[in-house]
Design a protein around this ligand. Structure first.
Ligand code: 6CS
Length: 316
């Protein structure tokens, strides 16, 4: 039989690479076929999530940035400076986190989804028309964020005017001046040619783009154990593959952008310049707890514990 799998990016972008590896593993080890639906073939992220919940799709990759209404707790990934900037610690965290591997699956299950994995896609940087060296520089900047209330809080705290939009509208909105900024990991800034419609890239180390892959739960629960194990091992293989695939990708992408547009400014802010952005974390954390209550707080606390353990495991 054929399993349908949609994701939010193109085939040769990170989510597409993950999906291709997953497909390869499933097809090499079973008679099942996986049909891939890249961004744009079935609508925006909100559409593919509905299709996955309805069972029209068996698999979907949807980033927490679009899961705000469905699973508010997943917004924890938008507390600035929560995730470590050190690559090794970050990867250890995603591999071992109790919050990710035990708590989030329960929340996704309530929405009819079997959470298979979450993985990082790279450091998020801003791309804007004018240089950004402090929150004051974001004043009056209409800044596109994914459709997620906590990201709105976060960019408000950064001094901007956050404007939630689905991905498909971003390039056009920058071109026509409806917005003047957006954020994304380096590879995506390059592949989607954000440098054509913005002039400055600013990295402040505030986040790493997290995404999630899930199956329709009814479909998954109805599978024989052997197929569930097949899906688990294909997920594990794709997870390892995608972390390896990303080694050096951020720097390489920023370099390619500089080559494609030599006048592009790429600014990596200093610790001192980052400070006022870092100071907003407390306020965004509070907003997160206001939005999600006890359950959100439990996830946040667990994540902090997991991060601490990941950091200890990788520093010694
Ligand atoms: O900014 C966005 O909406 C998109 N960014 C990435 C890296 N992946 C998919 C998502 O739709």
């Amino acid at each position: 039989d054929t399993w349908r799998y949609a994701f939010e990016e193109a085939l040769e972008e990170v989510q597409g690479k993950f999906a291709q590896k997953f497909k390869e593993e499933i097809e090499a080890n079973s008679d099942h076929e996986v049909q891939l639906f890249p961004f744009g073939t079935l609508g925006e992220s909100a559409d593919t999530m509905e299709q996955a919940q309805a069972g029209i799709l068996q698999f979907v990759d949807q980033s927490p940035g679009f899961t705000g209404a469905l699973i508010p707790e997943a917004q924890v990934f938008f507390v600035p400076y929560l995730l470590p900037q050190d690559e090794e610690t970050l990867q250890e965290f995603f591999r071992t986190s109790t919050a990710i591997n035990e708590m989030f699956p329960e929340l996704y299950a309530e929405q009819g989804l079997e959470l298979l994995t979450m993985f990082p896609e790279g450091e998020v940087c801003m791309s804007t028309q004018e240089p950004v060296h402090s929150p004051a520089d974001l004043n009056e900047v209409k800044f596109r964020v994914m459709t997620n209330p906590l990201l709105v809080e976060s960019y408000q705290a950064f001094g901007a005017t956050p404007t939630p939009l689905p991905w498909g509208e971003v390039y056009g909105a920058l071109q026509t001046g409806i917005i003047q900024g957006q954020e994304n990991p380096g590879f995506f800034l390059e592949s989607t040619k954000m440098y054509e419609v913005t002039d400055v890239i600013t990295c402040i180390g505030h986040n790493n783009f997290t995404t999630a892959v899930m199956a329709n739960k009814q479909f998954y629960d109805g599978l024989p154990e052997e197929d569930q194990l097949l899906i688990q091992s294909a997920t594990d293989a794709a997870f390892d593959y995608i972390l390896d695939y990303q080694a050096g990708l951020q720097e390489e992408s920023l370099q390619n952008i500089r080559e494609a547009k030599p006048e592009m400014q790429v600014n990596i802010l200093s610790e001192e310049e980052r400070k006022p952005f870092m100071d907003t974390a407390v306020q965004v954390e509070e907003a997160f707890i206001d939005m999600t209550g006890e359950r959100g707080k439990a996830i946040l606390d667990q994540m902090k514990e997991d991060l601490e353990q990941a950091s200890q495991a990788t520093s010694g």
